[in-house]
Design a protein around this ligand. Structure first.
Ligand SMILES: O=C(CO)[C@H](O)[C@H](O)COP(=O)(O)O
Length: 247
C-alpha cells in the first residue's frame, strides 16, 4: 500500500522535483543527506531509469549511498569525481542570504566538503525551514571524541563573547551512546536560539582545536528551491556577495 504523504512530505517532494530538473546528462552530482535529499535521490533514480540519464552521484553519507545504490544511481567517491557540477542537499534552516544551518541528520562535515567542491550548490527545503534569523534550530558542531567534555566547556565559554541568546550545548546521543558520524566524530548541538553574526560564530568555533567543522554554511548555497504544501515550488537566488563564482 502506498504511504500517505504528510503536508511536509508533499512540500519536500515538490522542492526535490523542481531541483531534479536542473540535472543534465554527464553531470557529476553531490547527493545530500536527510528526508528532502532522499526525495531528490528517488526522483533522480526515476529519471535515470526512464530517460537513460547518465550521471554520477557522490553521496554525503552512508545512508544516502545505500539509498542511491538501491535506486540505481551510479556512485563515485569525491576523490574519483575530483570536482562536482551540482550538489543538491537539504537544510535545517536558511535565511534570506542563503546562510544555512545543516547537520540535523548528522552528516554536516561530508555535506560541507561535497558542497564546496561543487560548481553549484542548491538547497531544497520545505517552507518551514526559511527563517528571518538563524538559531532556533540547535547548531550542530562536529567534534573529535578525544577530550570532548573539555571541548564542550571551551565552546560554551567562547559563546559568552558571541552575539547569541543561548549558550548551552548537548552531546548528541543515539540511544544510550554518543551518536558517531560517518567520519567517527561526535556532534555537539548548540542551543543558541538566535545567531546574530553567523560568520563570527563559525570562525570562532572552527578555531577551537577539538572542533572539526560546524553546521553553518555561509556563502556556499547558490540557490534555494522551496517546496510548498500545495505541491508547488519557488526558487530564491543567493545574493551576489562575492566578486567571482568560486566558493
Ligand atoms: O543537514 C542535514 C543532514 O545532516 C539535512 O539536510 C537536514 O537535517 C535537513 O533534513 P531534512 O531534509 O530531513 O529536513
Amino acid at each position: 500500500m502506498a504511504k500517505t504523504l504528510t503536508a511536509a512530505d508533499i512540500a519536500k517532494r515538490a522542492a526535490a522535483r523542481e531541483a531534479v530538473k536542473l540535472v543534465e546528462s554527464g553531470m557529476r552530482l553531490g547527493l545530500g543527506t536527510g528526508s528532502t535529499a532522499a526525495w531528490f535521490v528517488e526522483l533522480l533514480g526515476e529519471r535515470i531509469r526512464e530517460e537513460g540519464l547518465k550521471v554520477t552521484g557522490t553521496p554525503t553519507s552512508e545512508r544516502t549511498a545505500r539509498l542511491a545504490a538501491r535506486l540505481g544511481v551510479p556512485l563515485v567517491t569525491l576523490d574519483e569525481a575530483g570536482w562536482l557540477d551540482l550538489t543538491v542537499d537539504g537544510a535545517d534552516e536558511f535565511d534570506a542570504a542563503l546562510t544555512l544551518i545543516k547537520g540535523g541528520g548528522g552528516a554536516l562535515l561530508q555535506e560541507k566538503i561535497v558542497a564546496v567542491a561543487s560548481d553549484r550548490m542548491v538547497v531544497i527545503a520545505d517552507e518551514t525551514k526559511q527563517v528571518e534569523t538563524l538559531g532556533a534550530f540547535p547548531l550542530p558542531v562536529e567534534i573529535v571524541p578525544f577530550g570532548w567534555e573539555t571541548t564542550k566547556a571551551i565552546v560554551e565559554e567562547m559563546l559568552e563573547d558571541m552575539d547569541v541568546d543561548g549558550r548551552s550545548s548537548t552531546l548528541r546521543m543515539a540511544k544510550d551512546a554518543p551518536y558517531v558520524t560517518d567520519c567517527g566524530h561526535y556532534i555537539l548541538d548548540l542551543h543558541l536560539r538566535r545567531i546574530g553574526d553567523p560568520e563570527d560564530l563559525s570562525g570562532a568555533l572552527n578555531a577551537i582545536p577539538g572542533v572539526v567543522e560546524n553546521g553553518l554554511f555561509i556563502e556556499i548555497a547558490d540557490m534555494a528551491v522551496v517546496g510548498h504544501e500545495d505541491d508547488t515550488a519557488t526558487t530564491i537566488e543567493a545574493p551576489d556577495l562575492t566578486e567571482d563564482d568560486e566558493h
